[in-house]
Design a protein. Structure first.
Length: 367
């Protein structure tokens, strides 16, 4: 196996024990019924994780949107991380990114026909999305990053686990990066190991399946990341595969994601170009100084042989920034991130999702 070693801050174990006791008690209070979980009379699919950091929630949520929107009116509910607004907000075509957050904004731009909403109170958010006066015709709701939000009892829980930081090898915060104990995985109907290498050997699938130690009713899938065609951030223009970049072009890779190393490594395997990375924290709120720094780093690359590549999530924050220099706009390209199922599992996964939605239609009395 080629996974990197997981760093555990063992000196923080005492704090992890205290944190773990609190999380354990909270979950037990839900299990014992002291805290009430609420079900809803329409399909609710939760996509989340039990670790901090990127496991690929957005591309997996987008995959579900593409799968379901052909026959159903889809609504997506997120908390809207780092947004400037409060309460429930239903995105419109002209809603600015700071009102709903970068990932919800990205999904609304890519899928304009969905109902995209943000609300820290997920129960209230679902109530609003069930009102025809607010979100007409909602037939299925996707909860983005709500696995720990147990006040909502989703009909189908999908747990994402990063191949490079498996929960079976990690530990609780702050010594590790887990939000709750590994046993939380048993609340999921579907577990997906994400960001797998495309050339995983059959033996590794079997080993990981055994190590995950899931119940018989749970289904385990494996996905890897793939990349769509590069597109100019401004002024339209031709799209083309990242593998078509001329070998002499120097690339400034600008990221504000949780795990940029995966993207760096993938680019290195796809192209032979020299890549210079400028990495910011996840969901980074770009400043005027950041924009000047990006321009400065770009200008240091050879004239006529340079470009900027960024992710879709970062692009939505860059495009709307008032301090983004005009001089670099023509050179910024967006690299879409997509998921691909391994082991020919795509059809099985699709059927499981579609069957759940078919068997749990929205109650016609909801309005």
């Amino acid at each position: 196996m080629s996974r990197s070693h997981i760093q555990i801050n063992k000196w923080l174990y005492p704090a992890s024990w205290i944190y773990g006791a609190g999380v354990w008690l909270r979950n037990k209070l839900f299990d014992w019924g002291f805290y009430k979980e609420r079900s809803f009379n329409l399909p609710v699919i939760c996509v989340g994780n039990i670790t901090v950091g990127g496991t690929g929630k957005t591309p997996h949520t987008e995959y579900l949107i593409k799968l379901l929107q052909k026959k159903h009116q889809v609504a997506v509910l997120s908390r809207g991380y780092k947004r400037k607004s409060k309460g429930f907000v239903l995105a419109q075509a002209d809603t600015p990114v700071h009102q709903i957050g970068d990932e919800p904004y990205q999904m609304k731009q890519k899928f304009p026909n969905i109902h995209m909403a943000v609300d820290a109170d997920r129960c209230h958010g679902i109530e609003e999305l069930c009102k025809d006066s607010v979100a007409p015709g909602t037939e299925v709701i996707l909860l983005d990053d709500a696995f720990q939000h147990r006040y909502v009892k989703a009909g189908l829980n999908i747990l994402l686990v990063d191949y490079n930081r498996l929960i079976i090898e990690d530990t609780l915060l702050p010594a590790g990066r887990m939000r709750e104990h590994e046993a939380g995985k048993y609340r999921a109907s579907i577990v997906i190991i994400t960001k797998c290498p495309k050339d995983m050997k059959p033996m590794e699938y079997r080993v990981l399946s055994k190590q995950m130690n899931l119940y018989a009713f749970q289904q385990l899938y494996f996905t890897t990341l793939d990349y769509g065609k590069l597109r100019p951030l401004f002024n339209g223009g031709k799209e083309y595969p990242v593998t078509s970049i001329h070998p002499g072009i120097h690339i400034l890779l600008v990221t504000g994601i949780a795990t940029p190393q995966k993207l760096e490594n993938d680019l290195a395997s796809l192209i032979s170009n020299e890549v210079h990375t400028l990495a910011f924290s996840d969901h980074h709120d770009f400043t005027e100084t950041d924009m000047m720094n990006i321009e400065s780093r770009f200008q240091q690359l050879p004239a006529g042989k340079r470009m900027i590549i960024t992710t879709e999530k970062d692009a939505v924050r860059m495009a709307s920034h008032p301090s983004l220099p005009e001089s670099i706009k023509p050179y910024i390209y967006v690299l879409p991130i997509e998921i691909v199922f391994l082991q020919e599992q795509q059809e099985s996964f699709n059927q499981n999702i579609l069957e759940y939605v078919r068997k749990n239609p929205r109650d016609s009395r909801l309005s």
